[in-house]
Design a protein around this ligand. Structure first.
Ligand SMILES: N[C@@H](CCC(=O)N[C@@H](CS)C(=O)NCC(=O)O)C(=O)O
Length: 212
């Protein structure tokens, strides 16, 4: 299988899961920020123009962080990447969905790509007010969301269950964006980020990404 990834993207969470699983895979770096996902060759693979994109050996294409993570977990049940206990599974999926849909999609999206959320009315457009207020709103949303999740991970080593799993991979990619967005990570999330970064699989991925 082959993972398409781009620097600074959420695809690092998928890359970490592949490395944790430890089976053979390829990883191809593309210039996602520079528009590579919009190029015809990539759109032919994933018309959504997004990484992570995981192409299986039989040609099937998997998209969406959460869906890919659950698929990888089901292929490797012995790793318990999704907890087997129903309450812990619910916790893992809830945390992952919040990280992917709200913290990434809504909050960081406003900070990193304000133009996609900018009010389109002429006053904002002419005075250039839109993007600054969108970014400010994004930072507030990140802070509020991090405060909620910080309370949820208090006293736990991993986000759900008793070992590293898909929710940790999702939290990892939003936690590591905090500094870039100028947001301070609350204490429990900062400690969680350090625990994740200390894992051998994560260190390997960070070396591949040129960050270690
Ligand atoms: N809902 C998607 C979001 C993926 C996503 O937003 N990926 C970003 C990088 S973090 C991307 O590929 N952006 C390129 C673009 O929008 O042009 C998922 O969870 O996989």
């Amino acid at each position: 299988m082959k993972l398409y990834w781009g620097p600074h993207t959420c695809a690092i969470g998928t890359h970490v899961l592949l490395e944790e699983i430890g089976k053979p895979y390829e990883a191809e770096k593309i210039d996602a920020a520079g528009g590579a996902t919009k190029e015809p060759w990539f759109k032919a693979i994933n018309p959504k123009s997004k990484v992570p994109t995981l192409v299986l050996d039989d040609g099937r294409v998997l998209t969406e962080f959460g869906a890919i993570a659950i698929w990888l977990a089901r292929q490797n049940p012995e790793l318990n990447l999704v907890p087997t206990d129903a309450d812990e599974e619910q916790r893992a999926l809830s945390l992952m969905d919040f990280a992917v849909g709200t913290i990434h999609g809504q909050a960081f999206g406003r900070v990193f790509m304000p133009e996609r959320f900018e009010p389109q009315d002429p006053v904002h457009q002419t005075l250039g007010l839109g993007q600054a207020s969108v970014k400010k709103q994004g930072r507030q949303m990140i802070e509020e969301a991090f405060a909620i999740v910080d309370g949820q991970v208090a006293g736990r080593e991993w986000a759900a269950g008793d070992r590293f799993g898909i929710a940790d991979a999702a939290l990892f990619f939003v936690e590591r964006w905090a500094a870039e967005a100028g947001v301070e990570l609350p204490a429990n999330l900062a400690a969680h980020l350090e625990r994740v970064k200390a894992r051998p699989a994560v260190r390997t991925v960070m070396r591949i990404w040129g960050e270690a």
